[in-house]
Design a protein around this ligand. Sequence first.
Ligand SMILES: *Cc1c(COP(=O)(O)O)cnc(C)c1O
Length: 330
Amino acid sequence: MDYFLPAHQGRACENIIFSTLVDDGDIVPMNYHFTTTKAHIVANGGEVVEYLRPEGIDVTVNHPFKGNMHTEQLRALLESDASVPAVRMEAGTNLIGGQPFSLENLREVRALCEEFDVPLVLDASLLQDNLYFIKEREEQAADMSIREIARAIADACDVFYFSARKLGFGRGGGILLRDEAMYKRMRGLVPMFEGFLTYGGMSVREMEAITVGLEETMDYDMISHGPQFIEYAVRELDERGVPVVKPAGGLGAHLNAMDFVGHIDQRQYPAGALNAALYIASGVRGMERGTMSEERDADGVEPLANMELVRLAMPRRVFTLRILKKFFHG
Ligand SMILES: *Cc1c(COP(=O)(O)O)cnc(C)c1O
């Protein structure tokens, strides 16, 4: 893409993007929200709507692309009178268990964005897993290199932003853009919130590390480690009767707390309770991804999450398959 803006973190990119694009009463459709994304859109007066296909939040269904956008619902919104400043797609959809979208689905969303002249914003923070799953699971991409798939994804988007803590393995973030006018509108916010345009809050050392991390991400062997040992962990847990999200996604293995501790009412945070119990029993620190992670409504009511998950994250730079095998088989 022609333009780049540096930022100190993924959520800082979201601040710049959504405070520029979103106004009171706007609706931002997306495959699924992420906590910080939603907070920024809501803080700017906007509303988030999620158009995931039903299989996306059904932990019992095995579907290769649970992160796909429901394009008929998106079309209906774009045909309505709603004010839609952007459509957002999230790669490796975080809160539903690191689930990918397909290249085909992204291109369908792209076509709708073009038809209705709405920019397509990609949250590419978890792109590396999504790249791997497209390569593995999508026929049309079987003969493409990871770099070619990355290119095809970027070509479908108007704005591409990422947390370099995940995509790049450093401390930082960035926004890539095509449109000069949009770039100019966002550019002024970087020195206000991040730092000068040459570093945006990142140290030179971090920017160098991110460059290496991004290059590594284009290497199929490198990015296949994580999803492969996550798949291994999911299989081992499943064989032991532990309820897990299937198919295995990216990020980590995700326990389905709704099933695991079905006796706990959702208002009493099953995923939070399971996570705490797991830590007390084993010293393993997971991450609650359920109702506790939801933003309260404007009237103070806490919405119940679609899923109650405990994420057992397994970053590829920390774990190996060998560690996992030892964990399960001693
Ligand atoms: C982590 C994450 C962010 C926020 O990035 P930070 O670097 O933590 O601020 C945004 N979107 C997604 C999908 C993420 O996983």
